[in-house]
Design a protein around this ligand. Structure first.
Ligand code: NA7
Length: 297
């Protein structure tokens, strides 16, 4: 089995890397804030002193960092992955970034004798921890097959959706559904609250029917408890929505609903709530109605 590297040990990357270590793979890790690697090293991972060092020691470098410029820095910056890339080395980018930039990054890696897969993920921090992520992959079939043993450890729905960049575009599609659903859950629970319903009972009554959703079942109870800890932060959600709006604009597709949600999140960012979970969207609506969700219904 090939040795694999993992760059970017944030909420998602740390959990994914831990699942790879726990599955018995030979894993090398690197994170900008070095302390986030400590428990992985204790669990059996080796640590690299830079992304270049990591790439020089691994056939496959997986990566999960924040945004397009961060992927560029980790791959093409000083001591980046490109500096240590082995002949035939494969870079798998799990970050959610621009499809256009992805195609440019992939070309540069191919020019250096390597390969690239865009493999963004969905499923939240729970999906990353449980190894049940959805992974949407763009790139060549032979490289997807090469990556499959590792991807199967971190995800359950793994789909090769097309050529380079297609994974990122499917992720944009995914994000339209995520935020639309989040808005619907927020409006629904506020109506229940205003009508004096018990919110837990309400969720229990409907989540098994046609209105059920991951967002309702996982984030609904958190919203009722006013637990705003992030599975996915508002700031990262906005990063994704900018990518979605840019892609839709480029393709000439009006997405008014998603644009509206972007503006609601923008207001929450201005109120200093960017590091809260994306389910705090309900706070924008609470502000309009003067009603707050509460656990006692
Ligand atoms: P987090 O928890 O905010 O983690 C972000 C990670 O990316 C974290 O390890 C950061 O290192 C790393 N990062 C960010 N910028 C850089 C640069 N410039 N260079 C190197 N490393 C960097 O985000 P999530 O895990 O929730 O999400 C990650 C991606 O998956 C994102 O695209 C989502 O949309 C999906 P740090 O620890 O801050 O030093």
């Amino acid at each position: 089995m090939a040795r694999i590297g993992f760059v970017g040990l944030g909420i998602m990357g740390h959990a994914m890397a831990l699942n790879l270590v726990d599955a018995g793979f030979d894993v090398v890790v690197w994170n900008r804030t070095a302390s986030k690697a400590d428990d992985l090293v204790a669990a059996g991972a080796a640590s690299a002193h830079s992304p270049a060092d990591l790439a020089s020691r691994c056939e496959i470098a997986m990566m999960c960092v924040s945004d397009t410029p961060d992927v560029e820095a980790a791959v093409f910056g000083r001591d980046g992955i490109a500096d240590g890339l082995r002949p035939g080395g494969l870079v798998i980018d799990h970050s959610t970034i621009s499809p256009d930039a992805t195609r440019r990054f992939a070309e540069r890696i191919v020019d250096l004798g390597g390969h690239w897969l865009d493999a963004p993920i969905s499923g939240g921090s729970e999906g990353a921890a449980n190894g049940t992520l959805s992974i949407m992959i763009g790139g060549e079939t032979t490289q997807v097959e090469r990556a499959m043993p590792y991807l199967r450890t971190i995800g359950t729905t793994i789909t090769h959706v097309g050529p380079t960049g297609a994974g990122q575009l499917v992720k944009a599609v995914n994000q339209i559904l995520v935020v639309g659903n989040q808005l619907a859950v927020s409006e629904a629970l506020l109506l229940a609250e205003a009508g004096g319903l018990d919110l837990k009972t309400t969720i229990g009554a409907i989540e098994g029917g046609a209105a059920g959703s991951w967002m309702l079942s996982n984030r609904g109870p958190q919203m009722i408890e006013r637990d705003w800890r992030p599975g996915f932060t508002i700031d990262l959600q906005q990063k994704d929505l900018r990518l979605v709006l840019e892609a839709a604009d480029g393709l000439g597709v009006p997405i008014p609903g998603t644009s509206l949600i972007f503006q609601l999140y923008r207001g929450l960012q201005e109120r200093g709530l960017g590091s809260e979970g994306n389910h705090a969207l309900v706070k924008a609506l609470e502000n309009l109605s003067g009603i707050e969700l509460s656990a006692d219904g």
